[in-house]
Design a binder for this molecule. Structure first.
Ligand code: NAD
Length: 442
């Protein structure tokens, strides 16, 4: 049993602390937000993540998991201090490291013995050395410490599963023995563990996220070409994905990527590359395509309705992806904003993200179910591919809408079935008819 202090109880920190506790360690989760800590002590989680609540309760009951707002309570006696605070975008797209700095300082001032500091937040290349310099400067004891980069690859919505069954664990340090001690924490998972140097580990995280975002933007670009040339991007992606060199994951055309990671991480990588004299043109194109994707959707809707002013648009899904209530950089919110800018009225539904949405959306009617969203709508847009939207009674929806325009931003419906129900079905990259076939035979 090891004692692990985890600084930051967001998606990554809370899942990490809880899972390490579940593996038999003692985990103390620390957060500067006292309200969050008070709620966690009452067993109330700050966000929705499948399977996490039960795991938190179980490990608190077993005495392996606890919460505090003070590093001085959590760090002394711990062999590891995991930094899992946010690294949001700064003004120029760079990663804002102010939370990391505060966490590193608090850890340094609280350590009372030898410590391995584990950088789990996504941090720009070189941050590990900077964290080490902060600890060196601020620590009050002469004991040895080491910094190990341990980027996190979990996905919101399946974070517990991803932590417990990772494809790989990446560790980077200039102190190999310290990296080995962190590797021991993960040993029970039976995953492949890659130990490398600090900067390489930091880069693996950015390169991985940038690559996945590139896959999505790539298939979205192919989708636009499919629309013009009469092919169906869903089938194209299926055919591509069967090739093991390509893989099927992240080849879903739609309204683009969002969330708390891809947007800020691609931006931060582009920023660090360009300030170091590189010309990251591919990363810029990946971001451009993604931004345009939302605008294209709104343009399609404008065209279908002959203008958006005074129309009523129903939006299905608010979170940036299914199985999470995270609204950060959600494409749905951006689309709602664009619609409101063109003076459309919006009513929306999401299975779990509505409490958060109520705090950030203005002038949007939040409905209790998808059928109320359809009621009287001039168009419906699917913005998040929640499972429950795949099984809706579309016949009933067809009767409830005022005009039957269905904009399937996540390609979850069968176009032929929707057209058979008399919807004007518009997907992403799914040619409406076969007008372009003539282009081929001409
Ligand atoms: P989050 O915003 O959900 O949570 C961050 C938490 O840290 C908040 O509760 C905040 O109050 C707390 N905090 C801030 N400063 C603190 C300090 N000095 N001491 C203690 N607590 C402090 O963040 P997140 O989504 O969990 O992301 C954390 C990091 O992990 C980011 O760098 C992110 O890029 C990375 N990451 C996130 C995911 C994901 O799916 N969310 C996946 C992989 C990596």
């Amino acid at each position: 049993m090891r004692t692990i202090a985890v600084v930051g109880t967001g998606y990554v920190g809370l899942v990490t602390g809880t899972c390490f506790a579940d593996l038999g360690n003692r985990a103390v989760c620390i957060d500067t937000d006292p309200e969050r800590v008070a709620k966690l002590r009452e067993g109330i989680l700050p966000f929705y993540e499948p399977g996490l609540e039960e795991l938190v309760h179980r490990n608190v009951r077993a005495g392996r998991l606890s919460f505090t707002s003070d590093c001085r309570e959590g760090v002394p006696g711990a062999g590891f201090a995991v930094i899992a605070v946010g690294t949001p975008s700064g003004q120029e797209g760079e990663a804002d490291l102010s939370y990391v700095r505060a966490a590193a300082e608090a850890i340094a001032e609280s350590m009372t013995g030898p410590l391995v500091v584990v950088n789990k937040s996504t941090m720009p290349i070189g941050t590990g050395d900077w964290v080490a310099s902060i600890i060196e400067r601020k620590r009050q004891v002469p004991d040895a410490f080491a910094v190990v980069s341990n980027p996190e690859f979990m996905r919101e919505g399946s974070a517990v599963h991803d932590f417990m069954s990772p494809d790989r664990v990446v560790l980077g340090s200039d102190d190999h023995a310290a990296a080995e001690t962190v590797a021991e924490l993960y040993r029970p998972l039976g995953a492949s563990i890659l130990i490398t140097d600090l900067r390489t580990a930091e880069m693996i995280k950015y390169a991985s996220n940038a690559f996945l975002a590139t896959k999505v933007s790539f298939i979205n670009e192919i989708a636009a070409i499919c629309e013009q040339l009469g092919a169906d991007v869903k089938e194209v992606a299926r055919g591509m994905g069967m090739d093991r060199r390509i893989g099927a994951a992240f080849l879903e055309a739609g309204i683009g990527w969002g969330g708390s990671c891809f947007p800020k991480d691609v931006k931060a990588l582009e920023h660090m590359a360009s300030v170091h004299g590189c010309h990251p043109q591919l990363l810029r194109a990946v971001m451009d395509i993604n931004r345009d994707q939302r605008r294209l959707i709104v343009q399609k809707l404008r065209q279908a309705l002959g203008g958006l002013e005074d129309t009523l648009v129903g939006v299905l899904g608010l979170s940036f992806k299914p199985n999470t209530d995270d609204l950060r950089e959600s494409p749905a919110l951006e689309i709602i904003h664009l619609l409101q800018h063109e003076r459309a009225r919006v009513q929306a539904y999401d299975p779990v993200a509505m409490p958060g949405a109520a705090k950030v959306l203005r002038g949007v009617t939040l409905c209790e179910d998808p059928y109320l969203v359809a009621q009287g709508a001039d168009a419906l847009i699917v913005t998040t591919e929640w499972n429950e939207f795949k099984q809706l009674d579309m016949r009933r929806i067809r009767e409830l809408v005022r005009r039957p325009v269905l904009l399937d931003g996540r390609n979850i419906y069968d176009p032929a079935a929707m057209r058979a129900l008399d919807f004007v079905y518009i997907g992403v990259g799914r040619a409406a008819g076969n007008s372009s076939r003539s282009l081929i035979s001409a």
